[in-house]
Design a protein around this ligand. Structure first.
Ligand code: SAH
Length: 231
């Protein structure tokens, strides 16, 4: 299947491709058990991956590859994350239906849609205006009414809607931005890749307990685009 043929692809064929993608994610999860300590991910997360139309989020000439378990370029030097990574990070957030989530790095909006399937409200910030506006339009067109997307530097979080039950950062920071720690609720979870641009990056799970203490767990070595901005 190549480019531009997507219009000929039936809904059931797309669903089948997603089901195969989910199987590949499950295999990756088993293969990375040594790092993550996870043999399987939350089935609600996997159901969201099986549902969200990833082909809508990739550029038209990439549609034929939309259900490969791989990152893809989305323009502006940015990428849509690998589905396995999207699944793992979402799992790390342990989302409940009542949760309010902050996402830093909307990109094409794919991860945003996955979050919107599982949480009450998603606030997402993107620094590249073009991407952010496109993503906002797309998630709206796909019928997600629980997403608010804005343009800005997500390093500073989104004070007006804080605190958040969960925070996900989809670009690598050199340190965990202090405003994000601040804006995490007691009992909240944060998934964030930390490290240098071309050096080692580690996907971290930060949790804030009821006393406001932060604990940190290294989950997986990763490769993300850098968190940019003026901070
Ligand atoms: N969440 C996306 C992945 C996007 S890649 C997905 O579903 O696949 C990371 C995104 O973070 C890029 O779009 C990049 O422009 C954005 N980004 C980088 N630095 C940022 C910052 N300081 N604030 C907000 N977004 C940022």
């Amino acid at each position: 299947m190549t480019l531009g043929e997507q219009s000929d692809v039936t809904a059931s064929e797309l669903a089948e491709r997603r089901a195969r993608m989910v199987q590949e994610i499950e295999a990756d999860v088993r293969d990375t058990y040594f790092y993550t300590g996870r043999k399987a991910l939350d089935e609600r997360v996997m159901a969201a991956l099986a549902k969200v139309p990833r082909h809508e989020f990739v550029p038209p000439d990439m549609r034929g590859q939309a259900y490969r378990n791989a990152p893809l370029p989305i323009g502006h030097g940015q990428t849509i994350s690998q589905p396995y990574i999207v699944a793992l990070m979402t799992d790390m957030l342990r989302l409940q239906p009542e949760d309010i989530v902050l996402e830093v790095g909307t990109g094409c909006g794919y991860q945003t849609a996955i979050l919107a399937e599982l949480a009450r409200q998603v606030f997402s910030i993107e620094i590249v205006e073009n991407l952010g506006l496109r993503a906002r339009e797309l998630v709206e067109r796909l019928g997600y009414t629980n997403v608010e997307a804005s343009i800005g530097d997500g390093y500073h979080g989104w004070e007006a809607h804080a605190p958040f039950d969960a925070i996900i950062v989809t670009a690598a920071a050199t340190i965990v931005p202090p405003p994000l720690i601040e804006q995490l609720k007691s009992g909240g979870r944060m998934a964030i890749p930390v490290g240098r641009e071309f050096g080692t990056q580690t996907l971290l799970l930060l949790e804030k307990d009821q006393q406001g203490q932060i604990s940190e767990q290294e989950i997986l070595p990763v490769a993300f685009v850098p968190l940019t901005g003026g901070h």
